[in-house]
Design a protein. Structure first.
Lengths: 390, 447
C-alpha cells in the first residue's frame, strides 16, 4: 500500500511539473474571439459555413498587430444547437469562462435576440452576421450586425420590379410562420404599394413552414393577373414553389431575396430557376478583387461556392479584427478592452468588406449596398445591378 | 452464483460506502456542500492554477474533461492539431473534483452526523414547514454560493431549476397518470406568452405591446401574479386535452396532444398582436435565482402533496386499470381533469420563468425539439417519482452542457445513454419512489 501511494505521489508531482511547462508556453498574447453558431440542431449548414469561413480566416491571418504588439488570434467555436436557451448559455460561457474579447454570431434572429441581450449586459461587442430582426441591435450599443436590414431590402426589390421589369401588379407568396420571410414580405408590400398605390399587391398569399403543396395559393395568384411574383423564401422551399408556379402555367418573372443565395439552390432547383432574379449581399459569378479571392480560396478549400452566411461571417470577423486594430493598444484588462473595441466598431467608416463597403449607423446596423443578381443559363448567380442606400 | 451473492456477504466497496454514509441526514449533506462551495471560493482559483488547469473547472470538472476529449476526437477524425500536454487536464480535473468536493463533503458530512442528527431531531419537534424551510434555506445558500463563482453557473442553474419544475409537471401526466402527453411545450408556451403579456404589457415599454401602463418601482412584486396568470391560462387551455382524454387513451390521446402542440405554436406564429414569429422581447429581469428557487420548491411541494393525496392515488388507479378504478368509485373524469389542469399550470409557470430568464420568447422555442428534451428528462429520470424528475432534469441538463464541446457526437452519446437506461431500467433511473418530506428532512436513525 505504501509503495503504491508513494508511486502515486511521485507521478502526480511529475505530471504537475509537466503541465506548468506545457501551459505557460502559449497563454499570453492571444486575442480570443468566440463563435456562437449552430453546429448541430435544425440548421447545421449555417454553422458549418460560419466555421469554414472562420477557419479560413484564421489560416490566412493567424496573427494581429495592435499598436506595435503582435497577438495570436484564437477562436472558440461553441454550438448553440439552434436553440435560444443554448445561445444564451453559450454567450455567457464565452464571455465569463473563456474571456473572449468579442463574439461573432448567433446567425439567426431567434438566437441572436436573446444572446444580444447577454452580450450587451456584459458589455462585450457582438456582431451577428446574418440576423435581420431589428430587436437584435435595438438599444444595444454593444451589438452590431453584418447584413443589411429588411426595411432596406424590401424597397430594393420593389424598385427593381418597377424599373427593370415594368411590373404594375405584384403577388407575394411567403411563409407566415417564419420571422424573416414574413417581415420581408411586408416591407416589399409596403414599398410596392407606395409606388403603385394601395391594392397594387394583388395577392398576398401565405403558407406555414414545412408545407409542400402550394397549388391553392398559386391558383389565387394566377387569377389576379399579377405581373411578377415575389418569393422571400429559403433555398429548400424555392424549388417547390417555382415548380408549383410553372405547373400552373406561370410564365412571368419570379423575384427572390437574399435567402435564395444560402445553401444549394441550383442543385435542388436545376433548370427551373434559371432566368429569375434575387437581391443579395454579393454576386459570386463575375466577382472582382478581394471578393473573387475569397470565393476562389473558399471553393478550393471546401469544394463549394461560399454562401452568404460564409461571406457575411468573413466580413463580420474582418470588422471585429479591424476594430481591435483601431483601438491602438490593448490594455490587457479585458473589460476595458471590450469597451474600446465597441467604440472602435461604432466608428468604423467604409470598411472594405467582400459584401460591399460598410459603415455602422448609431443603432449598429451597417449601411451597405445590395446586389441584384440574375440566375444565368449556366446556373450561376450573375451580377445585374447594385443598389445603394441614399 | 457466488459472485452475485458476494457483495452482500463480504461487503463490496459500494456497500461499505453506503454503510459509511447511512447515518448522514440531509442536513449533514447540506452542511457538507456548504463547506465545499465555501472552500471552493477560497481555494478553487489557487488550486486550479496549482494543478495547471487553464481555468477553474466550472461544472465539477466535467466540462474540462470533455473539452479535452473533444480535442482528441477532432484530432482523430479531422486531423486537427492537438496539444498532447492537455491530456493531463483530465486527471487534474478529477483531482480538483476530489480535493474541492468529494473529500470535504465526505469528511464534513460524516463528521457532522451527530450534531446534524441532533439538530434534525430538534427541528422535528416543530411543524414540518419549519424543518423544511430551514433546510431549503440552507440548500439555497449552497446554490447561491456555488453560482456566485461564475455567471455561467448562474444561468445554467436557473435553466436547470426551470427544467426540474417542467419535468415534474409532465411527470404528473406521463408518470402518475400513465398517459402519453405531447402537449407540454404548448402549455409552456402559453405560460411564457401570457406572463410576458402581463409583465411586458403592463410594466415595460415595447414595440409590440405598446407603452407601459403602470410605472412604479416595486413592480417586480407583481411577478408572482404574472406567473400565476400564465399558469392559469395554460390550465385553461389544457381543457382542450383534458376533455378528449375522457374517451381517448394511449396513442390516440398522444396524437391529440401533439396536435395541440402544433395548434399552440401556429397560433402564436400567426398572432401579430403578440409579435408573431418575431416574438416578444424586453421582459423585465425579474426571474432571479431566489425567485426561481422559491417557485421550484413551492412547485415540488404542491405537486408532491397532490400525488400523495387521495387524488394522486386515484391517478395511479386510473393508470393501472381505468375500469377497475371506476368500479371502485374513483371519479376518473375528475381525476384526469385535475391531473391535466394541474400539470399544465406548473408547465405554464415554468414557461413564465423561462421567458423572464431569457428575456425573449418566440414560438420556435416550443417546438418538437423541446418536447423531445422534456420527454427524455422524464423517462431518463424515472416515472412516477419526484426524485426521478429531479435526477432526470439535472442529469440531462448537466450532460447537455458537459458534452457541448463534442458537437455532433453529443447527439450520439445522449441518445445512447437513454437507450441503455431504457434497456436496463425500463421505467427510468429512480422510478416509483415516493418522496416523503418528513423522512427526507428528518434525522437518520441508525440501528
Amino acid at each position: 500500500m505504501r509503495k503504491f501511494s508513494s508511486g502515486l505521489l511521485l507521478s502526480l508531482v511529475a505530471v504537475i511539473a509537466f503541465t506548468f511547462v506545457a501551459v505557460d508556453a502559449g497563454a499570453a498574447d492571444t486575442i480570443k474571439i468566440g463563435f456562437n453558431i449552430p453546429l448541430t440542431g435544425d440548421n447545421p449548414d449555417v454553422g458549418a459555413s460560419s466555421k469554414n469561413a472562420a477557419e479560413m480566416y484564421l489560416k490566412k491571418n493567424p496573427k494581429v498587430t495592435v499598436g506595435g504588439k503582435t497577438y495570436a488570434l484564437k477562436f472558440f467555436y461553441d454550438d448553440n444547437e439552434y436553440k435560444a436557451e443554448s445561445a444564451v448559455k453559450v454567450s455567457t460561457k464565452l464571455i465569463t469562462e473563456e474571456g473572449v474579447l468579442g463574439i461573432i454570431g448567433p446567425q439567426s434572429s431567434s438566437q441572436a435576440v436573446p444572446a444580444g441581450e447577454v452580450a450587451n449586459n456584459y458589455a462585450t461587442p457582438m456582431i451577428s452576421p446574418w440576423s435581420t430582426n431589428p430587436n437584435t441591435t435595438l438599444n444595444r450599443p454593444y451589438v452590431f450586425r453584418g447584413c443589411f436590414l429588411d426595411p432596406f431590402q424590401g424597397p430594393v426589390i420593389a424598385n427593381f420590379a418597377t424599373d427593370e421589369l415594368g411590373a404594375k401588379k405584384a403577388a407575394v407568396l411567403y411563409d407566415i410562420a417564419a420571422d424573416y420571410p414574413k417581415g420581408l414580405a411586408e416591407f416589399f408590400k409596403e414599398a410596392f404599394e407606395k409606388i403603385h398605390g394601395a391594392g397594387s399587391v394583388v395577392a398576398f398569399e401565405s403558407f406555414t413552414t414545412g408545407d409542400k403543396d402550394f397549388s391553392a395559393q398559386m391558383t389565387n395568384i394566377m387569377m389576379t393577373g399579377a405581373d411578377v411574383l415575389f418569393v422571400p423564401q429559403y433555398y429548400s422551399e424555392v424549388p417547390l414553389i417555382v415548380r408549383a408556379a410553372k405547373e400552373m402555367g406561370w410564365t412571368k418573372p419570379i423575384l427572390g431575396s437574399d435567402s435564395w443565395g444560402g445553401g444549394d439552390l441550383m442543385g435542388l432547383c436545376g433548370d427551373d430557376c434559371k432566368g429569375y432574379y434575387f437581391s443579395t449581399h454579393y454576386a459570386a459569378a463575375g466577382a472582382k478583387g478581394a471578393t473573387k479571392t475569397f470565393i476562389d480560396e473558399y471553393t478550393a478549400a471546401y469544394g463549394k461556392t461560399p454562401d452568404d452566411v460564409a461571406a457575411l461571417t468573413w466580413d463580420s470577423l474582418g470588422l471585429m479584427v479591424q476594430a481591435i486594430k483601431d483601438t491602438g493598444k490593448l490594455s490587457g484588462d479585458i473589460k476595458a478592452d471590450r469597451t474600446k473595441v465597441k467604440d472602435a466598431l461604432a466608428s468604423i467608416k467604409n470598411f472594405p468588406g467582400i459584401t460591399g463597403n460598410m459603415t455602422f449607423t448609431p443603432e449598429g446596423d451597417p449601411k451597405k449596398c445590395a446586389v441584384v443578381v440574375k440566375i444565368n443559363d449556366a446556373g450561376k448567380f450573375e451580377f445585374f445591378k447594385s443598389v445603394c442606400p441614399k | 452464483m457466488d459472485e452475485t451473492l458476494a457483495p452482500k456477504q463480504t461487503g463490496g466497496i459500494f456497500y461499505r460506502v453506503g454503510l459509511f454514509f447511512k447515518p448522514v441526514p440531509l442536513l449533514g449533506y447540506l452542511i457538507g456542500f456548504l463547506v465545499c462551495v465555501l472552500w471552493e471560493q477560497l481555494a478553487g482559483e489557487g488550486l486550479s492554477s496549482l494543478l495547471g488547469l487553464p481555468k477553474m473547472p466550472i461544472l465539477f470538472g466535467l466540462l474540462t474533461i470533455f473539452k479535452v476529449l473533444a480535442g482528441i476526437v477532432n484530432f482523430l477524425i479531422k486531423g486537427d492539431a492537438f496539444h498532447w500536454a492537455r491530456l493531463v487536464e483530465i486527471p487534474m480535473a478529477l483531482v480538483y473534483l476530489t480535493v474541492i468536493y468529494l473529500v470535504p463533503l465526505a469528511l464534513v458530512a460524516r463528521a457532522a452526523v451527530k450534531p446534524a442528527n441532533a439538530m434534525a431531531r430538534y427541528l422535528q419537534k416543530f411543524p414540518l414547514i419549519i424543518t423544511a424551510l430551514v433546510q431549503l434555506g440552507l440548500m439555497y445558500a449552497v446554490l447561491h454560493v456555488w453560482a456566485e463563482v461564475s455567471d455561467y453557473r448562474l444561468i445554467f442553474l436557473k435553466l436547470t431549476l426551470i427544467a426540474v419544475l417542467f419535468t415534474l409537471s409532465l411527470n404528473i401526466i406521463n408518470g402518475y397518470m400513465g398517459e402519453f402527453s405531447c402537449s407540454h411545450p404548448g402549455f409552456m408556451a402559453i405560460g411564457a406568452y401570457m406572463s410576458s403579456l402581463f409583465t411586458v404589457g403592463l410594466f415595460a415599454s415595447d414595440k409590440v405591446l405598446g407603452d407601459a401602463v403602470f410605472n412604479f418601482s416595486a413592480a417586480y412584486l407583481t411577478f408572482p401574479l404574472a406567473l400565476i396568470f400564465g399558469g392559469l391560462m395554460a390550465s385553461l387551455c389544457a381543457l382542450i386535452i383534458a376533455i378528449p382524454s375522457f374517451k381517448t387513451r394511449g396513442d390516440y390521446l398522444a396524437i391529440i396532444s401533439l396536435a395541440f402542440l402544433f395548434i399552440v405554436k401556429s397560433f402564436f406564429e400567426n398572432m401579430q398582436a403578440l409579435g408573431g414569429s418575431r416574438g416578444i422581447s424586453g421582459q423585465p429581469d425579474w426571474a432571479t435565482l431566489p425567485v426561481i428557487f422559491i417557485t421550484m420548491a413551492f412547485g415540488i411541494w404542491t405537486i408532491n402533496n397532490f400525488v400523495t393525496s387521495t387524488m394522486g392515488k386515484a391517478l395511479n388507479a386510473v393508470r393501472d386499470d381505468e375500469s377497475a378504478a371506476e368500479a371502485m368509485t374513483v371519479d376518473t373524469r375528475k381525476t384526469k381533469m385535475a391531473a391535466f389542469l394541474f400539470g399544465a399550470f406548473w408547465a405554464g409557470v415554468s414557461g413564465g420563468l423561462l421567458a423572464h430568464v431569457l428575456r425573449y420568447v418566440n414560438p420556435a422555442m416550443f417546438s418538437v425539439q423541446k418536447l423531445a428534451e422534456v420527454l427524455a428528462m422524464v423517462y431518463f429520470g424515472g416515472l412516477n417519482s419526484v426524485y426521478g424528475s429531479i435526477v432526470g432534469a439535472v442529469s440531462i441538463s448537466l450532460l447537455g452542457e458537459a458534452l457541448r464541446p463534442l458537437e455532433i457526437f453529443k447527439w450520439i452519446v445522449i441518445p445512447l445513454l437513454l437507450i441503455l437506461v431504457m434497456i436496463y431500467r425500463p421505467t427510468g433511473l429512480i422510478a416509483f419512489k415516493e418522496f416523503n418530506a418528513r423522512q427526507v428532512f428528518g434525522p437518520k436513525e441508525v440501528d
